[in-house]
Design a protein around this ligand. Structure first.
Ligand SMILES: C[S@@+](CC[C@H](N)C(=O)[O-])C[C@H]1O[C@@H](n2cnc3c(N)ncnc32)[C@H](O)[C@@H]1O
Length: 262
């Protein structure tokens, strides 16, 4: 069953490339707000700092030391809002993505005075960098959009391959939200966390929906077993959240894992 308005039949990689290119040919604002809706480009980069701090940096802080000499890599960098936020804290940051519009991202990051970055194109499940060359891998609002579990598995394998021993990964993916989709109730989130074990009997559900909506949901327990198979130790469970009305925090649509390369 699709969750989007139409069932996607282009395949998510072609779909993403086409929609992102359309936004790029429309306007600068349309491109930079496409990846995570925002009022305008500036708001997208401000929200990017918030997301990077809350969802990526804060959970991993106690495991990170000497970041100024280290290399971070983002799977699915989109318009670069998270790379921009990460760049002051690392020697360099690398983004890998499938889209064809990296020139816009490069120009924007340079315009913001950021030069310690590299953008690399992926075919959609590979991280084209050397083995054990990366200290920190992260991915946010990307892996719930891929349409097959196999792509998720490949990225976990790639994360295990490119991370140095002791390197850290923060990986978010789609979650089954029954009761806690639009709530700040920890109790409801906890119930969903237990319920997904029974509702996702195979451990995952592929939903070939529209581009940029949820195509893949995975239970935490299944994602953990896949991570362990790729030499990644589980450090913590994570969940995404958003600011709702009156700045209240509400649970989002992703679970995540904080991982360490053994
Ligand atoms: C919703 S955007 C998020 C971008 C960025 N992570 C952020 O938070 O601003 C999803 C991004 O994932 C990329 N993407 C989709 N499928 C991918 C895949 N198989 N491999 C790498 N990137 C992918 C898309 O091109 C898009 O840039």
């Amino acid at each position: 069953m699709a969750t989007g308005r139409d069932i996607e039949n282009r395949g998510h990689i072609t779909g993403f490339k086409e929609e992102i290119s359309k936004a790029a040919s429309s306007s600068d604002n349309d491109f930079f707000t496409w990846f995570d809706s925002a009022r305008d480009k500036e708001a997208a980069f401000i929200k990017g700092s918030w997301d990077f701090m809350q969802h990526i940096a804060y959970p991993s802080l106690k495991f990170l030391t000497g970041q100024e000499d280290k290399v971070a890599l983002e799977i699915g960098h989109g318009g670069g809002r998270l790379l921009a936020a990460a760049s002051p804290y690392f020697k360099s940051v690398i983004g890998v993505d499938i889209h064809e519009n990296n020139q816009l991202v490069e120009d924007e990051l340079k315009m913001r005075g950021i030069n310690n970055f590299q953008l690399i194109k992926t075919k959609g499940s590979d991280i084209p960098v050397n083995n054990a060359s990366i200290d920190f891998v992260y991915s946010f609002i990307v892996l719930q959009h891929v349409e097959t579990l196999n792509i998720f598995k490949e990225y976990l394998k790639e994360a295990g391959r490119v991370l140095k021993p002791g390197g850290i990964a923060v990986i978010y993916f789609g979650r089954k939200k029954m009761l806690s989709g639009k709530t700040s109730s920890r109790a409801l989130y906890f119930i969903d966390k237990i319920a997904e074990r029974f509702l996702l009997l195979k451990g995952f559900h592929e939903l070939p929906a529209k581009v940029n909506v949820t195509n893949l949901i995975i239970s935490l327990s299944y994602a953990k077993s896949l991570a362990k198979n790729n030499g990644l130790e589980i450090l913590a469970d994570l969940v995404s959240y958003k600011k709702g009305q009156n700045d209240k925090i509400i649970f989002g649509g992703q679970n995540g894992l904080l991982l360490r390369r053994i």
